[in-house]
Design a protein around this ligand. Structure first.
Ligand code: ADP
Ligand code: ASP
Ligand code: MG
Length: 470
């Protein structure tokens, strides 16, 4: 009979305390009954990655009092209190604590080295950030073993092979497949569950990389694809993908199903519940994806489906990304001149910035696009350099950017067949006093994105969410 394989990923909150770890362990125990082969992917405990990266950045700045002693004791307290609460077996507990302690020592050493250099390179930041998952791996593996479930811990740096694009590394799926099968298959065949780290990998030379913030979801999908698994389940702190972020609108509801196209737009436009890169590997490998709540495990959560079925609503969900700026290139001399857009986006690409939204007025007198706020200064300089001549001869009047704005996006596969959605969206925003600065419709017609002032973000999300629930 065909063996059934499940990959389960637990997010930061789901392993963030003794209570959460106990719940995660129960979920693993239940899965052991129904599945032949199980891989568990863990995030760092909630707050740990931020703490590690903040400490590294502050070390680089130098001066003042060192944040290190506080960070060091916070890390120890967080991991050790969970270990003390859950692991009664002395040997298991002491080994886990010793391993975590030695990772905390590496953290201190790395931060001291960064302080001496006065600079934290992307490679150094990845080495520091990786410690969160490496610590939670030791903790979770011991907790699961303590509960009588046979588990072996293995770092994903051993088998997720990436390029050297530190902080946003891309996996080499061929090399990863070979190594993952070679290392995980024997563990699974011996009847153990394999516990591994999300978020991290290593380049061909074995140097630690990370897949980008929130990347543990992506790790689960990569492992699911290369094993291959039948299903990937993402365990988080809400009941699945909801009509909007429940932190913004408390009446947000769970969507029991969502299509590939819809979740892709939602994740890309800021819904943190799923890392946007998670979708492609599972879709390509035909793997089932489910998003569910560690703190409410009997809830079915959300299932990913191939085609968007109508749930009676044209707009299914609304999401927002904050801290963006609109960059505009304007000037009458651009009218009908071929290649301006290509040169503009070439300049943006040279800064390694990705552009989430583009609009061009039909008069061709301006090109306008959004970029993450922190990249705006370098994007503006690159554009000024590229168009130095046009600016000098006044073919381009100016290149400028707004203050912080937000991109608010409504998503729903039904929009394709329904006229008048954009009109409804505009009047709803107008009625609620929200001014729209720019608009773009996804080419798949599954989403409409609107740019609003930063101060209007919440108002816009709340107003548009009313279109879904009313
Ligand atoms: P994890 O640590 O488990 O990966 P994240 O914090 O990365 O969890 O993602 C879960 C969070 O995503 C939720 O707590 C919720 O606030 C936020 N979120 C944003 N948009 C949505 C949405 N549409 N549906 C559900 N959660 C959302
Ligand atoms: N711990 C990593 C982060 O905070 C990865 C993750 O949680 O998915 O970004
Ligand atoms: Mg996440």
């Amino acid at each position: 009979m065909q063996q059934k394989t499940l990959v389960m990923k637990f997010g930061g909150t789901s392993v963030g305390s003794a209570d959460a770890l106990a719940k995660a362990t129960q979920i693993i125990r239940d899965a052991v009954r129904d599945w032949d082969r199980i891989v568990v992917v863990t995030s760092a405990m909630a707050g740990v990655t931020n703490l590690l990266l903040d400490s590294a950045s502050q070390s680089a700045l130098g001066g003042g009092t060192s944040p290190l002693p506080n960070a060091e004791s916070a890390l120890r307290e967080k991991h050790f209190s969970a270990a003390d609460a859950l692991i009664k077996n002395d040997k298991l507990r002491d080994e886990a604590k010793a391993a975590i302690n030695s990772l905390i020592s590496s953290f201190v050493d790395l931060c001291k080295a960064i302080a001496i250099l006065g600079e934290a390179s992307p490679r150094a930041l990845d080495a520091v950030a990786s410690l969160g998952e490496r610590m939670s791996l030791r903790l979770l593996t011991a907790v699961v073993n303590e509960a009588g479930i046979k588990a072996k811990g293995i770092e994903s740096t051993e088998f997720i092979v990436t390029n050297s694009n530190f902080q946003n590394a891309h996996p080499d799926f061929y090399a990863t497949k070979e190594k993952t099968q070679a290392l995980l298959d024997p563990i699974l065949e011996e009847g153990f569950i394999a516990v591994t780290t999300g978020f991290i990998g290593a380049n061909a030379e074995g140097v630690v990389t990370t897949l980008g913030r929130g990347g543990s979801d992506y790790s689960a999908a990569i492992i699911g694809k290369v094993l291959p698994a039948d299903e990937v389940w993402i365990w988080t702190d809400v009941d699945g993908v909801m009509t909007t972020d429940p932190r913004i609108v408390s009446s947000a509801r769970t969507l029991s199903e969502i299509s590939y196209g819809e979740i892709a737009e939602l994740a890309y436009y800021g819904a943190k519940v799923l890392h946007p890169k998670t979708i492609r590997p599972v879709v390509e490998a035909g793997i089932g994806l489910r998003i569910c709540n560690t703190f409410n495990p009997t809830h079915e959560g959300t299932r990913l489906i191939a085609n968007g079925r109508r749930n009676g609503r044209v707009i299914k969900a609304v999401t927002a990304i904050q801290k963006q700026r609109l960059v505009t290139i304007e000037g009458r001399g651009m009218l009908g001149v071929p290649g301006v857009a290509a040169r503009a986006f070439g300049a943006v690409a040279s800064t390694k910035t990705s552009v989430p939204l583009i609009t061009q007025a039909s008069s061709e007198q301006s090109i306008c696009f959004a970029v993450p706020s922190e990249t705006a200064p370098s994007v503006l300089s690159a554009l000024e350099e590229t168009f130095a001549h046009e600016i000098e001869v006044a073919d381009i009047d100016r290149v400028w950017s707004t203050d912080d704005v937000s991109i608010v996006t409504v998503v729903g596969a039904g929009m394709k067949r329904t006229p008048g959605v954009a009109g409804k969206v505009f009047s709803q925003l107008g009625d609620n006093g929200v001014n729209v600065l720019a608009i773009a419709q996804g080419s798949s017609e599954v989403s409409i994105s609107l740019v609003v002032e930063a101060c209007d973000t919440e108002g816009a999300v709340k107003a548009l969410h009313e279109l879904i629930v009313s």
